[in-house]
Design a protein around this ligand. Structure first.
Ligand code: AMP
Length: 184
């Protein structure tokens, strides 16, 4: 078995399925068993780092909140700046906002205008979240990076729910999409 297969198996067997959370009909993929096992958490972060190392990145961006859990230690591992993309009203400095539609209702996320520093135009950003579902959240996050002058070169996830076809939505905004494990 290859390493990439074994990390996928490790992740898939670690996830806890919680039916009807947060509402009826959704099977929530709980990632906390990955976090509660230091070896699995470490293997997951190492696999993510290996995937992203060849891409000549300048920044790691993470989407609040579970994108922070994986994105911040990944940034440390790769020795790159971490860019937090946050829910409304949390960031204290000058910022850009974007609203997008969810399955029911809408959501807003925000970024500091100076999050990429003074070389935003040459930034090569990786966008990190725990899970790719319909793709709307990550697509909006990539548009925020664009709004402050940068470019997302890869979006990376621990898990992808491929039956929701988020990849197609996200492909409108970012050319490389990577996930460590896939639920079909
Ligand atoms: P989406 O915009 O549909 O791709 O949703 C992505 C966000 O919602 C991610 O931050 C996920 O953490 C969360 N999410 C969506 N569906 C699920 C699910 N079935 N299990 C766990 N998290 C989910």
């Amino acid at each position: 078995m290859s390493n990439s297969n074994s990390i996928e198996n490790t992740i898939l067997t670690s996830l806890r399925d919680v039916p009807d959370f947060p509402k009826k009909g959704i099977i929530f993929k709980d990632i906390t068993p990955i976090l509660s096992n230091p070896q699995v958490f470490n293997q997951t972060l190492s696999a993510l780092a290996e995937l992203l190392k060849p891409l000549n990145l300048t920044h790691i961006a993470g989407i609040e909140a579970r994108g922070f859990i994986f994105g911040a230690p990944l940034a440390r591992e790769l020795n790159l700046p971490f860019v937090p993309i946050r829910k409304p009203g949390k960031l204290p400095w000058k910022k850009q906002s974007i609203s997008y539609t969810l399955e029911y209702g809408s959501a807003t996320i925000e970024i500091h205008e100076d999050a990429l520093g003074d070389k935003a135009e040459s930034a090569r950003v990786a966008m990190i979240d725990d899970l790719l579902a319909t793709g709307g959240t990550t697509k909006a996050a990539c548009q925020l990076i664009k709004a402050i002058g940068g470019k997302v070169v890869v979006a990376a996830f621990i898990v992808e729910l491929s039956f929701l076809r988020g990849r197609a939505v996200l492909a409108e905004e970012v050319s490389e999409i990577k996930s460590l494990a896939c639920v079909k």
